[in-house]
Design a protein around this ligand. Structure first.
Ligand code: ZN
Length: 91
């Protein structure tokens, strides 16, 4: 009787605290998602959280296009209102 679960996205502490925009989105090969600020000052993701993708889009609707991001791809942008650029994750 499980309901269809909302897609969960791992977000870094800066996104959780709403102090930085989402600038890096990863759709991993194991079908997990990560949304991060794209900076390098993280501490092993101790403070990362899993948030529903729809919540995240409510919080920042400029990430809406990345809902279409295929498995094994990365979306990256330089600023909140910059264009998304897409890459394939190398294995
Ligand atoms: Zn961060």
């Amino acid at each position: 009787m499980n309901k269809l679960k909302e897609l969960g996205v791992t977000v870094c502490e800066h996104i959780v605290a709403n102090i930085r925009p989402i600038k890096l989105v990863v759709h991993n090969h194991d079908n997990t998602w990560e949304c991060m600020c794209g900076e390098i000052d993280h501490h092993d993701f101790i403070d990362s959280k899993v948030i529903g993708l729809n919540h995240l889009i409510e919080f920042d609707n400029s990430i809406l296009p990345i809902k279409q991001l295929p498995v094994g791809c990365v979306a990256e942008r330089k600023a909140k209102n910059a264009q998304w650029k897409y890459y394939i994750i190398e294995e």
